[in-house]
Ligand binder design. Sequence first.
Ligand SMILES: [Zn+2]
Length: 247
Amino acid sequence: MTVKNEENEGNFNTEEAEYSDLYPSRKKSQNKVSTWFDKITFNKERESYQKLRCEINVFQCMKNSPLMKLLLGALKSSGCEVELGRHISCEVCDEVVTGGYDPETNQIIICQNTANSRNRVHSTLSHEMIHMFDYCRNKLDLQNLNHLACTEIRAANQCHCSFLGAWIQGTASPFNIKKAHQNCVIDKAVRSVIAITNISKEEATEAVMQVFNKCYNDLEPIGRRLRRNSLDMEKAYYDGMYYGYIN
Ligand SMILES: [Zn+2]
C-alpha cells in the first residue's frame, strides 16, 4: 500500500513505520491545536499551500493522464467508481512515504509534503489505484500477508518499476533487463510489505516469493508493463476500451 519516498532511502526505519505513524492525519483521536511554533514558522500556511498544490496535481493527473483514465475506467466498470473529493485525500505524512491506501475508508492518501511534484503524485496515485482495484475486485484482505505481498508486487510491476526503468537504477544492461525488472519488483514489494507490517526482511521476502510468479504475471487492469518514454500508456488506454474499462 505504501509508496516509499525514495529521497529518504537512508532514513528508512521500519521500527517507526506503523501505519498510524506514517499517516498522522489519520489518527482517530487527533485534535490538532496550533502551537506558538506553528504560528511563528508559518507552518499552517505552508500546510495549506501544500494541500492546494497536491489537490491541483491530483486533478491534473486525473484529467490528463491516459493511465489514470484507464485505472478510473477499470474501477468504475468493476463497480467502484472513484470520486476525487471522497476517495482521494491530500494529507501530511511521515517523511518516509509519499502515499498509501486505507481500506477502512477506501481512500487513497497522497502525501502533500513528500509527493511534491506532478510526477510523484502521478506515480503514487497509479500505485495506490492498483491496490484500490485489488480491494474492489479481488477481495483483497490486507491482514493476509500473501494478499498484501501480491498487491504490492502488482503495483510495483505495473507502475513503479516500469516507469523508473530498471536500467536507470544502474544494474541492468539490455541483456539482463528482464531479470533486473523482476528484481526491482521484488525489492520494491518487500520494502512496501515491511513498511506496513513491520515484519523482518526475511519474512517479507518469503511472502513476496511465495506469490511472485502468479502476481507478477497478473497484469490487470493495465494489461502491459509500461515503459518510460514510450507510447505504452496510450496503447494500454486504447486497449482498455476493448475490455470495457473505458466508454
Ligand atoms: Zn503499495
